[in-house]
Design a protein around this ligand. Structure first.
Ligand SMILES: C[S@@+](CC[C@H](N)C(=O)[O-])C[C@H]1O[C@@H](n2cnc3c(N)ncnc32)[C@H](O)[C@@H]1O
Length: 248
């Protein structure tokens, strides 16, 4: 089999750095991150496997928004849940930045996929000095969580409407985990299910930050009465984040 695409200088660089022995002619459409097993997120080196989504640069904004919220609210020991953590990129980056600020934290990293959660665990072990503040929870959304309230809930859950999955590039469709992509008929299935549980799990002064599809609008989501939302754009100027807080 010959390579279907010409590798970019970045891809060649990554191959040379991590897997110089890789046979370039066998790579085809496979994302370079799955060949090398590494990717960068928030300036950190994360391990990825085909059980985890390759973190996207847009998602870094969730980490910066959460950090800003912690600073604005003067939180001295934030409790955070990262739902659908995949490689752990959001929660582990946040933990890394908080430890650099010498701020204590408690973070739950959660996924329905045990295989993904194991990769998140590895990343926490590699990148954090004190991973004892991190809890790993295999769970369908918040179903298996202890009954605690969080200051911050972050969630990059599957949000692509099912009918659009077939239009994704082969590098995504054929290699990234389906259970990380398909958000049901309108792409809002998991987000709405999690929104419904926020009154139980989100602290009164807390915030929930979701990544959403760029076709979504406020009307795509069903909100419990007590909550209000805003949608903000990503670094490519597309609607991408839903932030949710209490209505007072
Ligand atoms: C779009 S990926 C995001 C991964 C990572 N947070 C990131 O930003 O790169 C969605 C993740 O949600 C997980 N997931 C899918 N359905 C879930 C559910 N019902 N409960 C918890 N996690 C779920 C998938 O296994 C996958 O790891």
């Amino acid at each position: 089999m010959s390579s279907k695409r010409k590798l970019t200088p970045y891809e060649l660089n990554q191959l040379y750095k991590w897997t110089p022995q890789a046979d370039v002619s066998q790579i085809g459409d496979k994302p370079i991150e799955y060949v090398t097993g590494h990717t960068e997120f928030c300036g950190l080196d994360f391990l990825v496997t085909q059980d985890t989504l390759i973190p996207r640069i847009e998602s870094e904004q969730i980490v910066t928004t959460a950090l800003q919220f912690i600073e604005d609210k003067n939180l001295t020991h934030p409790t955070i849940a990262d739902i659908g953590t995949g490689s752990g990129c959001l929660g582990v980056s946040l933990a890394y930045k908080l430890s650099k600020m010498r701020l204590p934290y408690t973070i739950y990293l959660s996924d329905i996929s045990l295989k993904a959660l194991k990769v998140a665990d590895l990343n926490a072990q590699r990148l954090l000095h004190s991973p004892e503040n991190i809890f790993f929870q295999e769970s369908n959304l918040l179903e298996s969580f202890p009954k605690i309230k969080f200051d911050i809930i972050i969630a990059n859950l599957p949000y692509i409407p099912t009918k659009n999955i077939d239009n994704l590039d082969s590098s995504v469709q054929d290699y990234e985990p389906k259970n990380a992509l398909d958000g049901g008929p309108k792409g809002n299935l998991f987000i709405n299910a999690l929104l419904d549980k926020l009154p139980t799990f989100l602290h009164k002064n807390g915030i929930a930050l979701f990544e959403i599809d760029d076709t979504h609008t406020i009307d795509s989501f069903t909100l419990p009465k007590s909550l209000k939302t805003t949608i903000t754009n990503d670094c490519f100027n597309k609607p991408r984040f839903l932030s949710v807080s209490y209505n007072y």
